[in-house]
Design a binder for this molecule. Structure first.
Ligand SMILES: Cc1cc2nc3c(=O)[nH]c(=O)nc-3n(C[C@H](O)[C@H](O)[C@H](O)COP(=O)(O)OP(=O)(O)OC[C@H]3O[C@@H](n4cnc5c(N)ncnc54)[C@H](O)[C@@H]3O)c2cc1C
Length: 477
């Protein structure tokens, strides 16, 4: 796919992190010139330490590499099929980590830096883009990440008319719908109110007795919290988004009068008994496979979250698609602001990629850089590129960012929050496997495993078809 001559206008990519580096590689390998703008080392972020491209700011893990059973492993496999530089550099710099793909961070960053520096169609400019990209950059990818520099973040905020773009982010956990015990919980909106697009039964409700509530509050207050980092102290909390344990510390009854208030709801399993407190979960994706815990943003450590939240009736066996967390984060309200090809609706020459679009994680950020690169290259060549299949990990993640998430039906804090790839984002199988190869019935965990493996096999087959049908045409033209 690599070409060395290009007559089309250059694609300008701002930010050479995980997403920007992958995007640059994809654009250049489609035969289109790239100017890659990176502000480090002249201006550093609060977390980056080096001048290397694709620097990993925290852990060195790309998580599970199991393509058959794990959604991020599947995303790895798809990216490898698409010639990903990030995956190539990761594979070449792997360190032992069981089933996970972990890398030597310096070797990894060096491999990416070298590949991009040596590519004949890529020019790297070490300078901050300190505002909206100049008007004569007609085809731009903004991939400046969760720690986007302030002048650019402010310019984007003004352009998008959003109240805020960077938050001190306390995010709430998301639960797989099929792990919630509906013999205990029930569907109902408060006062059966049908908001815009709602039915009046849009929430899953989990009832607590007084004793359960008291024990829950005690566990929250005692739970182990993540420490504040020094650089986090100057960033404000996202309005109306106080961590739940901070609320609990303010008084035993605070949660009962806040996110856990038991009013306007009747438990159909036990209509005469009034719950002392109620936890509500709200649908998070169009498929209805994921539900977020309303008002449960938290900075409890991950182990403590699982332990404490599984004490809530109906959530004893909850599987979490994402746990809560806390850090500064710059990201767009993408389902509202971006089109299906990641272009800003308000100014379509600007395309976004990486964590700024509301995905979470190194691999996810790089994968959105990959697809943004393919789209930008197609634009540069005046070609149309069909979207990746919605059944693939790449298509499922892209779909979530650009429309799959459901806006909250209440006014207040933005409901769209960064998301890792997970099986809850994939369209369900038309006929999920029910039997083992020997004809016996699949049960319990075996059923989940078989379903995931079938989703993964479908994803790779559909992606291969998409590559064969669309990408060789774009590259050959
Ligand atoms: C503190 C922290 C810890 C994290 N830990 C993990 C983790 O352990 N595992 C994980 O999977 N994910 C983690 N993430 C989440 C996320 O996956 C990573 O931040 C990931 O690097 C995002 O990729 P990106 O390409 O969108 O942004 P980045 O990799 O951050 O790349 C953005 C690049 O843009 C540059 N830049 C910013 N503004 C400008 C500008 N105006 N002009 C020019 N260049 C600019 C930056 O210098 C940077 O090189 C963490 C995030 C944060 C903030």
């Amino acid at each position: 796919m690599t070409g060395t001559k290009s007559t089309s206008e250059a694609v300008h990519i701002v930010g050479a992190g995980l997403a920007g580096s992958e995007a640059a590689w994809q654009v250049a390998n489609a035969g289109v010139r790239v100017v890659l703008h990176e502000m480090r080392p002249f201006r550093m972020t609060e977390a980056h330490r080096t001048d290397g491209l694709a620097e990993l700011v925290c852990s060195n893990s790309f998580r599970s590499d199991d393509a058959a059973n794990n959604a991020v492993g599947l995303l790895h496999a798809e990216m490898r099929r698409l010639g990903s530089l990030i995956m190539r550099a990761a594979d070449a710099n792997q360190v032992p980590a069981g089933g996970a793909l972990a890398v030597d961070r310096d070797g990894f960053s060096l491999a990416v830096t070298r590949a991009l520096t040596e590519h004949p169609l890529i020019e790297i400019r070490r300078a901050e883009v300190g505002g909206l990209p100049p008007a004569d950059w007609r085809n731009v990818i903004v991939a400046t990440g969760p720690l986007t520099s302030a002048p650019l973040a402010e310019a984007i905020r003004q352009l998008t008319d959003e109240n805020a773009l960077a938050f001190f982010d306390a995010i709430a956990p998301i639960v797989h719908r099929d792990s919630i015990d509906m013999s205990v919980a029930w569907f109902q909106s408060r006062y059966d109110k049908a908001g815009p697009g709602g039915t009046g039964a849009d929430y899953i409700n989990c009832p607590l007795t007084r004793q359960q509530y008291d024990a829950f509050v005690d566990a929250l207050v005692a739970g182990e919290k993540t420490d504040f980092k020094e650089w986090e102290t100057n960033t404000p909390y996202f309005d109306g988004c106080l961590p739940i344990e901070v609320m609990a510390e303010r008084g035993r009854e605070t949660l009962r009068h806040g996110p856990m208030k038991p009013v306007g709801l009747t438990n159909p399993h036990d209509p005469t008994v009034k719950a002392y407190a109620i936890v509500q979960l709200r649908q998070d994706n169009k498929l209805g496979t994921l539900y977020n815990m309303v008002g449960f943003q938290t900075k409890l450590k991950h182990g403590a979250q699982q332990r404490v939240f599984r004490t809530i009736p109906a959530l004893e066996n909850a599987e979490f698609a994402r746990l809560g967390g806390l850090h500064r984060n710059t990201f767009l309200n993408s389902p509202k602001l971006l089109d299906a090809q990641l272009r800003l609706r308000a100014e379509s020459r600007l395309r976004f990629a990486g964590q700024m679009t509301g995905c979470e994680g190194y691999v996810e950020s790089a994968s959105i850089g990959l697809i943004a690169g393919l789209y930008a290259a197609a634009d540069a060549r005046s070609q149309a590129l069909a979207p990746p299949p919605a059944t693939s990990a790449l298509g499922a993640l892209l779909g979530h960012i650009t429309g799959g998430h459901i806006e909250t039906i209440e006014p207040g804090a933005r409901s769209f929050q960064p998301m890792n790839i997970n099986f809850g984002l994939f369209p369900p199988l038309p006929s999920p496997p029910t039997k083992n190869l020997d004809g016996t019935r699949l049960r319990g965990n075996d059923k989940t495993i078989a379903r995931r493996q079938a989703i993964s096999a479908r994803a790779l087959a559909d992606l291969d078809r998409w590559i064969a049908d669309h990408l060789h045409i774009a590259a050959a033209a």
